[in-house]
Ligand binder design. Sequence first.
Ligand SMILES: Nc1ncnc2c1ncn2[C@@H]1O[C@H](COP(=O)(O)OP(=O)(O)OP(=O)(O)O)[C@@H](O)[C@H]1O
Length: 565
Amino acid sequence: MANYQAGKDLKRPLQRLLQVLNLERKEIGAIYFYAILAGLLQLAVPLGVQAIINFVLAGRISTSIIVLIILVVISVFFTGLLQVNQMKIIEKIQQRIFTRYSFEFAWRIPRLDLKKIDQYYLPEFVNRFFDTVNLEKSLSRLLLDIPAALIQVLFGLILLSLYANVFIIFSLLVILILFVIIRVTYARGLSTSLDESEYKYEVAGWLEEIARVLKSFQFSRGSSLPMDKTDALVTKYLHARTSHFRILLMQYWTLIGFKILVTAGMLIVGAVLLVGNEINVGQFAAAEIVILLVLASVEKLIRSLDKIYDILTSVEKLGKVIDKPLESEGTLRPDSSANGLSVTVNDLHFSYNDQTSILQQLSFNVKQGEKICIKGGDGSGKSTLLKLLTGAYADFGGSILINDIPIGNYNPALLRAETGILFHQQDIFQGTLYENISLGDTSVTTSQITTLATQLGVSDFISSLKNGFDTQIDAAGKRLSSAVIRKVLLLRALVSHPKLLLLEEPWFGFDADCREKVQQYLLQKIPGTTVIVISNDDVYARRCNRVLYMQDGRIVKEEQPTVNR
Ligand SMILES: Nc1ncnc2c1ncn2[C@@H]1O[C@H](COP(=O)(O)OP(=O)(O)OP(=O)(O)O)[C@@H](O)[C@H]1O
């Protein structure tokens, strides 16, 4: 479990926040400009009151008072108008934050370096996106309250200092106390806020996990595990939250003490100055109003600390996803003139976690248009090898060449556009059947898909769907049979006629007729395409150009069956 006590961890959220604010610097500048104007206008109230009192005391009740009252009221109106303008800017900033993070996530997730994110369950990890909403809300409070409060404190203190020198000491005291409160509580407040958020995501992640494996728990007849684990996680969350709340309480108590001290101090000072005739009654009343304004602003600043913790926590959580490294990208495009792509693997080594070696000393060569079958027992490394051929993992030893060029030199998007990939772990997503097959490639037509589906013997399921290609498929294909899901995945892999096919038992779960058609398609209908299939199906293996046998991450045997397709 993360513990954010370390100093360097606490600096990072601040840097992230500054980056976010930097993107909005123009708007924030405008907010401060409005806040300064509003701050000045707000001083019109105490100054107006002072003037009115002086007029009254001098027995000069005249039209000047009416003019003054009108001026004060107008200033209140303009202050409101400025605040509305601030709100408009903040709304724009909020919309931009949501949009920016949405696109940032959507752009980054498909490009993540698979090896670096191997230990995360991504759907849970992406929950951190919800922190955009926290960020928006807290930032708006912060941008509205903090500039207004800071400017009010500043102008208020300047005005007070003009009344009497003793108020200068008061001003410095206010600034010092504010600084001390923030300095003393910041680190602890932020670290407890980060801990609280971490446990919140753990609880959410666990609830999602219960929902994901709903059937397992439902069929286990009264397993107490969902409740027990929830209890443990919620307890941790509550502890973290209580620690954070303690910091907030401490800040509020300090504030209350501070307010009592200042109120008493100022009344006494004001009264002494009044009695000593150093200020008049009007000035005394105005000074007290300013003091109240300053106190209200100081209170706002202290209360905003909570929001600052929320913001810093949000940017840190969002940053956790955004920081994840992306795949390294080359620039080359695979040769589009050739029908198939050749694959050369030399002395390939690979491990997922730098401890256990999964693939070792692998060397083989696949010519353009060759049909290869990879056989081997459970855990022998077949899928890992295929994943490496897709370019999904970059840090391997040895070399992988596609058309005699190192795989890392290709642009992954362009390479994968020429590669048809089908793994057992792939999934279908919420969208139409057409979207699930074409993956957004609009050059893929429905008649192309239908022709291919007929060739593969899998067209029945398309015609059985009431809305055909427009049928909405649920997330993870919830209401579809596993065979239909695999048919969709197979069509997706083959429909753009890629030059290299990397397939994990593509007929898995199909009936004998379909299986035969798929095998015939791969072996006979696309002669130029290079096809590498993981399968322990002997019938298929015998019909391939070559069979590679894997064991413990090595190729232990290579066979060239007598071709009988
Ligand atoms: N993401 C991963 N992180 C760590 N180890 C992994 C990961 N994926 C696979 N392995 C390990 O790598 C080894 C090879 O797995 P791989 O899936 O490549 O074998 P396989 O021959 O395809 O097996 P199967 O036919 O059972 O899928 C196994 O020991 C497996 O536990």
